[in-house]
Design a protein around this ligand. Structure first.
Ligand code: AMP
Ligand code: GLY
Length: 432
């Protein structure tokens, strides 16, 4: 059986998924909605947006799609899976990789996620939730905590809904800001939680609702500047594997976090078939959940995909059918490093439409398109994060060397990249 696949999304994560899917002998026709110039070299682009459910439905029907793979969270939180499967013209055996609206609450509502974790005994920071009309109680609760203070808008805020404040004055001001509408309706409720002191790491599983396959773990680099300085971004790079993820640590993640999460979903009647991304903090060797996402991570996916040796399309089909029992995931023994080339000014204001050169001088590396477009037949910048440059090697050090030996070949007006991706992990023994 071959699968006609429709991939939803347009970023570096989706290009990395497309790159992996395109290597599968099980792939039939391949479409991307809307895709980007990199993705569309592998899949036929369909105009429109993944948030326009009717366009997705029409594409599924017209192109005889067997499997939909949803890259971003918004369509999932909006109930795309439920919508498609309720349309009379969509075949009832359509395979959909991603949860329905119920499962997507793991990411769509931090309050839901925190309550879910406490119901199932999953380690996470202690917390309380407050609505805007209880701002005084929220401030009183802040006074029972030690700094720094972590305040999160409840809803989806494009990964930006978290404010960490060093002092009570700053925390009070952030609270007022969020209740005042800084994150729109995402901030009508806030979660205030204990600060977790540790090192972050991202784990990923593909689940059929009962069983799960663990993908290679990864670590992303969120700040704009070397040494983790400056403002937060959508991600400036990633590595996989992560040196402190020893078999013992991974076992704790499975026993304390992944197992209870999948069983928790099952016991609550949530038929979750798709990826779960566990944003974890390693606090002195013990994992805690910072957040769940109901999709793969960006830019982690760019380092994770090259490390999967088995057929991800086959695994996704089995997960979406609800039966992973025959599947076994295999990892490549190689390490992967990804550095992102961003537009000058990002994550603040930046220009678009600058021609990109040097893409042909990247032999041996994989370059994923994150924010690129086409203008008069040329590849140009079209976003803050423009390209993801990924290399594999027999160690993080070699993969890192490969990335930095060539990343400078990529040129466009204002191009910027961090120069220290992977260094902390290569030196982990010295630091840890
Ligand atoms: P989130 O959107 O929940 O992933 O939070 C964004 C970032 O804020 C995380 O990646 C962490 O770096 C940081 N963060 C969130 N919650 C905590 C916490 N309880 N303690 C320390 N850092 C946190
Ligand atoms: N790299 C973090 C995320 O995708 O949310």
């Amino acid at each position: 059986m071959k699968y006609n696949v429709l991939l939803l999304g347009s970023g570096g994560r989706e290009h990395a998924l497309a790159w992996k899917i395109a290597r599968s002998p099980l792939l039939g026709e391949f479409y991307a909605l809307p895709g980007n110039p990199g993705i569309n070299a592998l899949a036929k682009g369909v105009g429109g947006s993944a948030g326009d459910f009717d366009t997705v439905r029409r594409t599924v029907v017209d192109k005889h799609i067997d499997m939909v793979v949803c890259g971003p969270e918004d369509p999932l939180a909006g109930g795309l899976k439920d919508y498609l499967l309720s349309c009379p013209d969509v075949p009832s055996d359509l395979l959909f990789v991603g949860p329905g609206k119920d499962g997507a609450r793991l990411e769509g509502s931090k309050d839901f996620a925190k309550e879910f974790m406490s119901r199932h005994g999953i380690p996470t920071a202690a917390y309380r939730t407050f609505s805007a009309d209880h701002a005084d109680e929220a401030k009183a609760f802040l006074r029972t905590l030690r700094p720094p203070y972590v305040i999160k808008a409840d809803g989806l805020a494009a990964g930006k809904g978290v404010v960490i404040s060093g002092t009570l004055e700053e925390a009070d001001a952030s609270l007022e800001d969020i209740f005042g509408g800084r994150f729109g309706t995402a901030g009508t409720k806030v979660v205030i939680e204990e600060y977790l002191d540790g090192v972050e790491v991202s784990f990923f599983v593909l689940t059929d609702g009962h069983r799960w396959l663990m993908l290679p773990e990864a670590k992303d680099y969120k700040r704009i500047g070397d040494g983790d300085t400056g403002p937060n971004t959508g991600g400036m790079g990633s590595v996989s594997p992560v040196p402190f993820c020893t078999p013992g640590f991974v076992q704790k993640v499975c026993d304390r976090i992944i197992g209870p999460t999948v069983r928790g979903l099952e016991s609550e009647g949530i038929d979750y078939r798709g990826f779960i991304f566990f944003g974890l903090m390693n606090c002195g060797g013990d994992p805690y959940v910072i957040e769940y996402n109901v999709r793969m991570g960006d830019p982690e996916t760019e380092s994770v995909m090259p490390r999967i040796a088995s057929d991800l399309l086959q695994h996704m089909a089995a997960a979406a059918k609800g039966d992973l029992s025959g599947e076994k995931i295999e990892y490549s023994p190689q390490a992967a490093v990804t550095a992102i080339v961003v537009s000058g000014g990002y994550p603040g204001k930046y220009g678009k439409g600058y021609p990109i050169s040097g893409l042909e001088d990247m032999d041996g590396l994989t370059v994923f398109s994150a924010g690129t477009g086409l203008k008069d037949g040329r590849t140009v910048t079209s976003g803050g994060r423009v390209l993801a440059v990924t290399a594999v090697g027999d160690s993080l050090m070699h993969a890192r060397e490969a990335v930095y030996s060539k990343i400078g070949n990529i040129r466009f007006e204002g191009a910027f990249h961090r120069s220290d991706i992977a260094l902390d992990m290569i030196n982990w023994k010295d630091n840890g």
